[in-house]
Design a protein around this ligand. Sequence first.
Ligand code: TXA
Ligand code: MG
Length: 323
Amino acid sequence: MKQTTFLSDSDNNLNVCARALSNGELVAFPTETVYGLGAIANCDSAVAAIFEAKKRPSFNPLIVHVSSISDAKKIVQFNERAEELAASFWPGALTMVLPRLNDCGISLLVSAGLDSIAIRVPTHPLAQKLLAKTAHPIAAPSANRSGEISPTTAAHVVRSFSQISMQHNIIILDGGACEVGLESSVVDLTGEQSVLLRPGGVTSESIEAVIGELKFAASENCAPKSPGMLSRHYAPKTPLRLNAHSINEGELLLGFGPTQQKVTFNLSESGNLVQAAANLFAMLHDLDLKTPSGIAVMPIPLEGLGLAINDRLKRAISPKTEN
Ligand code: TXA
Ligand code: MG
């Protein structure tokens, strides 16, 4: 059984993390969205270690993190929409799926058999420093075991990996709580029509304001292309009940907005969706630890970041599938 090692964000520790990554080891690090489980993206064995540690199905591709637009252009083929989106939202919580360049040097395992790569430039200063010190693109899915809720603190990462048997050590770089709290929005730009594969930290309204109408992957006539969209995902161990106005026996209530109900936590008392997104995973983690018989969640409006919040909640209640 291998172990997790916890490091504070000193300059020296960043050097330790960069060296570990360069040696093909795994480092969990903070981004503005959620913590990522990183490995250098051009090394097959390092990328394979991510899949092993997360128990992630090998057909589910990974996001590559780079420091700049120009670094992204060494890996994927940009088009006009990609240029516009990068100029508007990078660095930030937007991932673009684009054709991979033949000579990009990225491990084929990252693409999981597809001829595309999902890529983003994170804004978190520690993620940026790590990329600069490592001087390699970093492949990183969220730093949780497959199917669990994404981590928004270093403690969540430790909790997810500490009690399982792994073949690899994981260094965890502690950068405090993630500001956005939801994963990045994933947009597929490989076809004529731009497709929102996963709603996330950048709202679909603001993406559409830049590149025009988006097709939603979950909608009819659009086969799901993001393997991570297929399965139950982001699930706490406790059963969830959505759009609840009051609680049943044994349940705890996760509130939203002003309410007379007795809530255990409120995602945002004022009904602010940005605040609710930042709190969602941490509150689900904490409610789960209280081991109630159920978690009831009050309705959250389907607009702005509410789309991504509702997406994660719906995925958490969908039945388990083979993957
Ligand atoms: O905010 C985030 O995106 C975080 C931080 C660490 O960057 N990462 C993250 O990664 O959430 P992950 O692996 O948990 O989710 C990546 C999603 C999955 O649904 C995956 O299927 C999809 O992106 N994806 C990755 N590469 C793809 C590709 N080439 N084509 C289509 N979907 C892809
Ligand atoms: Mg994930």
